[in-house]
Design a protein around this ligand. Structure first.
Ligand code: SF4
Length: 329
């Protein structure tokens, strides 16, 4: 718990006037992670090196503002490789791709740059190692998310089974002595995943798991920061896209602590009525949302109410990932 602002309570429901100060608790860390920074830089540096257009397979990161900015610089976003001319460079998104995608790019002699986050690539390598040990992999993740499609595409069909919930674990058609391993998506809820893993370990006592957690440092830190501030807030705003897994998890973290939360992409989505009765507001941003959008929201809030701003820091982040060699040589 953080010390409350002077003369504030978090009871909510009281009427607030437009001149009543709004206590604003801003989460740290928030916004861009090292994997997103790297992915965006890969597209920008590719544009410098190869000239426009540079194709990007899938949204490079799940943020419309970022995607539109890169489009304006000459990036063309497509969903599949067959939409890219063979002589144009193509970047694969931070979420990772099935093995068949770089294989196809090689077959067509394309210039491709892999912006897969190194922490997602690490999970891909773990999957390969488990298959080499003849283990079937149970992958904890959200069906249809590009990272899940990419990770499941590292192994042959039938070698990996996706589970999302404890109920899915109960339905798995394996025996307790089968050779099994589990891996997880990087952007899951830390708490939900711990429960799913506990259910797996209970049903399959010999199941092998990663030495260090697959949920990435950025996801864990952003969730920890919301856990720190949400109990002191009447409402939490999360800046992020509806298809951004880690942003959706931040909304859930706050709601589970009993504090309503809203996901917004831009400041113009804020409805003044939301601040009715709100004395303390929390603010954070998913790993694919740039800081400029946080400042835009703070400015918009400042036009509705006078703001008293404070940062709540859950962790310091210093992670930086290297660019692919093609862009540094
Ligand atoms: S959220 Fe985590 S896994 Fe995803 S790009 Fe950022 S650091 Fe990498």
């Amino acid at each position: 718990m953080n010390a409350p602002f002077p003369n504030s309570d978090t009871a909510g429901g009281n009427m607030t006037s437009a001149d009543e100060p709004l206590n604003l608790l801003i989460a740290a860390p928030r916004g861009f992670c090292a994997g997103v920074d790297r992915a965006i830089e890969i597209v920008e540096k590719s544009l410098e090196r190869y000239g426009a257009p540079v194709y990007v397979r899938h949204e490079i990161v799940h943020n419309k503002y970022v995607v539109e900015g890169l489009k304006a610089k000459g990036a063309i976003f497509v969903e599949e490789l067959d939409e890219v001319p063979a002589d144009a460079p193509v970047v694969f998104s931070a979420h990772g791709v099935p093995k068949s995608v770089p294989a196809e790019a090689e077959r067509r002699n394309m210039i491709y740059l892999d912006a897969t986050c190194p922490l997602v690539s690490k999970v891909h390598r773990q999957a390969e190692r488990q298959i080499e040990k003849n283990r079937h992999i149970i992958f904890v993740g959200h069906e249809g998310h590009p990272e899940v499609i990419g990770t499941m595409g590292q192994v042959a069909p039938g070698q990996m089974t996706l589970v999302e919930t404890i109920e899915d674990v109960d339905k798995l058609p394996f025996d307790s002595d089968d050779e099994l391993a589990y891996l997880t998506q990087t952007t899951l809820s830390v708490d939900d995943t711990a429960e799913v893993i506990a259910a797996l370990e209970w049903r399959f006592p010999n199941i092998s798991g990663p030495k260090a957690e697959d949920i990435c440092y950025a996801t864990s830190n952003r969730q920890a920061a919301v856990k720190d501030l949400a109990p002191d807030c009447d409402l939490v705003l999360v800046i992020g896209a509806p298809n951004s897994s880690n942003s959706l998890r931040l909304v859930e973290v706050s709601e589970r602590l009993g504090t309503p939360a809203k996901l917004i992409q831009r400041a113009d989505e804020i409805e003044p009525g939301w601040l009715e009765g709100v004395k303390t507001l929390g603010l954070t941003a998913g790993a694919s949302a740039p800081e400029v959008l946080v400042r835009e929201v703070v400015d918009a809030l400042g036009k509705l109410r006078p703001i008293r701003e404070r940062t709540i820091t859950a962790a310091e982040e210093k992670m930086v990932f290297k660019l692919p060699r093609q862009l540094t040589e």
